[in-house]
Design a protein around this ligand. Structure first.
Ligand code: SF4
Length: 118
């Protein structure tokens, strides 16, 4: 009888441990989104930020280096991106971005993580 109890305890412990980890990940994962949603209060993302630079972020999409980032298509901009946390289709102003937690991006900007809203 105690054998079956011993067999279930490790799996139960493992389940509880993985549930705790999953809950922690969910909480950590949600925090930047919530903070980014208030984009107007966040500092503007700098084009010289290391991640922004590596992804070719430009506050004005017309300044994108098209040779270095050939996926850019005229008309693509943050306001049309699924990661933009402002009003979909927005043409001006700043709002949070799921890629750059803690910063706001220009609705008229662009980076290589652009993913068009469907
Ligand atoms: S991920 Fe989308 S919203 Fe964020 S900076 Fe890049 S293009 Fe703009």
């Amino acid at each position: 009888m105690s054998d079956s109890k011993n067999h279930t305890d490790p799996s139960r412990r493992a389940f509880l441990a993985s549930a705790a980890i999953a809950a922690s990940v969910a909480v950590v994962g949600l925090r930047p989104r919530t903070a980014s949603a208030a984009g107007e209060k966040l500092p503007h993302l700098s084009e010289s930020d290391p991640l922004a630079k590596s992804l070719g972020y430009r506050a004005n999409a017309s300044a994108v280096d098209r040779k270095k980032f050939p996926t850019y298509k005229p008309g693509d901009r943050c306001g049309m991106c699924r990661f933009f946390l402002g009003t979909p289709g927005e043409k001006a102003g700043y709002a949070g971005c799921q890629i750059y937690a803690g910063y706001s991006v220009n609705a008229d900007g662009w980076c290589a993580s652009f993913n068009a809203r469907s």
